[in-house]
Design a protein around this ligand. Sequence first.
Ligand SMILES: [Zn+2]
Length: 377
Amino acid sequence: MAQTILPLLLGALLAISSVSACIYKYGTSPDSLAAPHGGSHWDHGRNGEDWDGVDAAGKPWICMSGKRQSPINVPFSNVLDNTGSHVPSSLQTKWSYPVLVSNGSNIQVINNGHTIQVEWTSPWTGNAKIAVPANATDNTTVTSVLHMKPDARATYVTATPYQFHFHATSEHLLAGRYFPLELHIVHKVTGLPGCAKGCYTVTGILFELSDGADNSVLNSIWYNMPTREGEIKHLPKGAQIELGRLIPKTSERDYVTYEGSLTTPPCSEGLLWHVFTQPQKISRAQWSQYRAAVGLKDCTLKNATTTTTETTNTTETTNTTSSEHVHRHHRLHRHLLSEEATTSHPEDYTCEIVQYGSNFRVSQLTYGRTIKVARAI
Ligand SMILES: [Zn+2]
């Protein structure tokens, strides 16, 4: 008797463990928003050192081959020590980020499986003004400012933010020092002939831990941060995001600027980067909440009753049952995502944090690139 019962018990145990161990590695959940867009799968598991794939059109990423990749470790010598070449005050970038106010449906906080990203649908007048040569041609790039002389005839083009997101720990390092969190505000540049197909500039803001107080600018986002991949939350009506308060005040507004790339696949180059050297502050609780949101989860559908305890006669049959159950579980995840646009049912799932996440790419070689500091005016 015991000889027949033992395999049955083992089979049932195996089946149960397959159901309860539905742990998704960060970026690999079947309901990740990243997957349906095509191209190769990627995640931050090796911090970007295995990003050798293709985009949705089959074009190879340049993460492994590019010579102008981001992020970088901003050098001390000849850059942060102020002995290097500076961006003259007449050519410095100017930021204007008025308050972004929610009407209840226009601002989304998205957990896309790679980061926590904020997007908005209504026009917002936030912008950064970038200096370019006055006589710009089709060949003039948005990174021209890095090579302009102080007496150059310049004009300004507009860079409009369209999303911002976070990395933990920071992607950029300042003289080898990393920070708990980095915010990237991604802008599209208009007004330059050569940017018809798209030019981008990113503003990076570093955060260090505070003595305990929360950063109030982040509160509206943190209060509405989705913890499960594929989940989207709308900021409630009246909620505000004051990005402008994260820009260092004028007297402390030193920034580092260089030509780099997207820090995630396809790692496209030609971006103008700005990283403020004065960090902002976050509380330890805010930092932990972010890492939990991008961490490993064990998610279970609340009403998915375990049917796998049904007894089976052979190990082979048990495996099939277990596999079917896992697939059913995954389908339910996808179904949930497809409904997300109109209805959200995160309450259908119970997710337990099993490990804090990190979503940064390691520093890239600079290959002699021009890296300049703009000193506070
Ligand atoms: Zn980023």
